[in-house]
Design a protein around this ligand. Structure first.
Ligand SMILES: Cc1cc2nc3c(=O)[nH]c(=O)nc-3n(C[C@H](O)[C@H](O)[C@H](O)COP(=O)(O)OP(=O)(O)OC[C@H]3O[C@@H](n4cnc5c(N)ncnc54)[C@H](O)[C@@H]3O)c2cc1C
Length: 477
């Protein structure tokens, strides 16, 4: 169906990147570096996506073989005995980590925020994490895109596309100027939700292929004013990092509330600031439905308040004077639409460590997309079919082929990040932010190269693309 509106023309580009999350950031910087006139369109007012607007300044997957520290400590391993995993992602992601670190705004991997002062907090994390200052991240990622030569258009949503004979001509955008039309030769869908692919009529599906169910969504919360030393002492004395006992106590005192989930807390780089990642999850949310998202924001804020007042303050040492620093301005959506690509990456591919001639990125994490299903009696059941299976290829990496970024039949649209064609549990490792930035870098590089080669995405020689990515310090082998 063609989208027909009276829309004024608002520019013409070589490459349009839609969505400024980790994938879009990587794509825009890569395309512009290769000389393409590039514009990144972002609905919110900063880049970084879930990492910044979503309150998750916490990139996983920089290395393979992620091990929770508490397991390491249970085994009596010291820092010097940490497993020495291989690097999984380089290129623009590594540059971003380096710039944040050099500016004193980021720590990791293998070091956590605040653990210099309070080493006992390491029980809360894993050794592949890179934590950064949220505001610093917004600024530095934005600088990287602009320095590469791309433009950024904030507060602008892509709401439709114009397709002629299977080729995208441009996108309709909505912003304070009304609805306009922006033309381009190549398009990167980095919306996380596969918006552009879906609007253009390419085949997509949501969540589980059979049931359509999607893993839980969250609203991420930051808490400040925590006495980190008191909390560290609690952990050092054997306190549960997941606060299960505190959850049970709070539940008993307030049966009308829901404290059932385990809480997962991560130390942020600023003293006394912690992010709550687990314990704020809600099930049966469709991240492409505005009504569901509105409900998530409201319920998430209420949950944050209840957790602080009825669980943390009364039951967790160090949190007596804590306060909510922020609830994220962007919802924490783990999965929605995925494209049906020229190749669909399967769980077997990942578990067997399959290598591809057109590998353009690696993912170093394990499967982690748990789901909840309703039993016949209406109660909920956690279903995590492959949760216990670690990736077991040599080196522990899942390889992502170039073809799984290309919507089936597409000429000039490519996807990157959370919406690529990674089926089932492979979306778990593929959606981790380091790998999203890597698929973004590959998509942006491919966009610029197809312009030079005068071909569509599917016709690009993947060998040439891999060579270019290697030259740009990306890891593809
Ligand atoms: C609760 C939660 C915890 C997580 N924990 C971690 C973690 O600890 N570490 C980790 O590495 N990963 C984690 N992840 C996964 C990771 O954050 C995401 O998978 C990743 O950010 C996806 O990157 P992306 O660039 O594809 O999309 P996103 O990060 O979702 O970014 C998409 C961007 O596109 C913009 N956009 C969307 N649609 C449009 C449109 N139509 N027009 C214009 N702009 C648009 C959005 O505003 C947003 O800025 C977590 C995810 C969740 C939800």
């Amino acid at each position: 169906m063609e989208f027909r509106v009276c829309a004024k023309e608002a520019g013409s580009y070589d490459v349009l990147v839609i969505g400024g999350g980790p994938a879009g950031m990587g794509a825009a910087a890569a395309a512009a570096k290769r000389g393409a006139k590039t514009l990144l369109i972002e609905g919110l007012g900063c880049v970084g996506g879930t990492g910044t607007s979503g309150g998750l300044p916490f990139w996983l997957g920089a290395t393979t073989g992620s091990i929770p520290y508490y397991k390491m400590l249970e085994k009596g391993l010291a820092y010097s005995e940490l497993p020495h995993p291989r690097k999984a992602v380089g290129g623009i992601f590594e540059e971003a980590m380096g710039r944040l670190r050099d500016a004193g705004l980021g720590v990791g991997p293998a070091i956590m925020g605040q653990t210099k002062e309070c080493p006992g907090l390491d029980r809360l994390g894993c050794h592949d994490e890179f934590t950064y200052d949220l505001e610093g991240g917004k600024r530095i990622l934005e600088q990287m895109i602009l320095e590469a030569g791309a433009g950024i258009l904030y507060f602008t949503h892509v709401v439709g596309v114009k397709v002629q004979d299977g080729i995208l001509e441009g996108v309709f955008v909505s912003n304070k100027e009304g609805i306009s039309f922006i033309r381009a030769k190549r398009f990167v869908d980095a919306t996380g939700d596969g918006d552009v692919a879906a609007y253009a009529g390419f085949e997509t599906y949501k969540g589980d292929r059979k049931t359509g169910e999607m893993t839980s969504a969250s609203l991420v919360v930051h808490i400040e004013g925590v006495d980190s030393k008191a909390f560290e002492a609690y952990l050092n004395q054997g306190g549960d990092p997941w606060l299960r006992h505190a959850c049970r106590q709070a539940q008993k005192a307030h049966p009308e509330m829901d404290f059932n989930d385990n809480i997962i807390l991560f130390p942020m780089v600023r003293e006394g600031v912690f992010m709550i990642n687990g314990g704020t999850a809600f099930h049966f949310i469709d991240g492409t439905c505005a009504g569901d998202l509105s409900g998530l924001m409201h319920r998430g804020r209420m949950r944050a308040y209840n957790l602080l007042e009825y669980l943390f303050k009364p039951y967790v040492p160090g949190f007596e004077n804590a306060a909510i620093r922020l609830t994220a301005s962007y919802p924490g959506i783990r999965e929605t639409r995925r494209i049906v690509g020229e190749y669909i990456l399967t769980e077997e591919d990942a578990l067997e460590g399959r290598e591809f001639e057109d590998t353009i990125a690696l993912a170093g994490r394990h499967f982690d997309l748990g789901r909840v299903q309703r039993r016949e009696d209406g109660s909920l059941e956690y279903v995590q079919p492959t949760h216990k299976k670690e990736l077991k290829p040599g080196g522990g990496v899942m390889r992502i082929p170039y073809r799984s970024l290309i919507p089936k039949g597409s000429y000039n649209l490519i996807a990157a990040g959370r919406c690529i064609a990674a089926d089932g549990q492979t979306m778990g490792p593929a959606r981790i932010m380091s790998t999203c930035m890597a698929t973004g870098q590959a998509a942006g590089t491919a966009a610029a190269m197809t312009l030079i080669e005068n071909c569509g995405f599917a016709q690009l020689d993947a060998g040439l693309l891999r060579e270019q990515l290697r030259n740009d310090a990306a890891i593809v082998d």
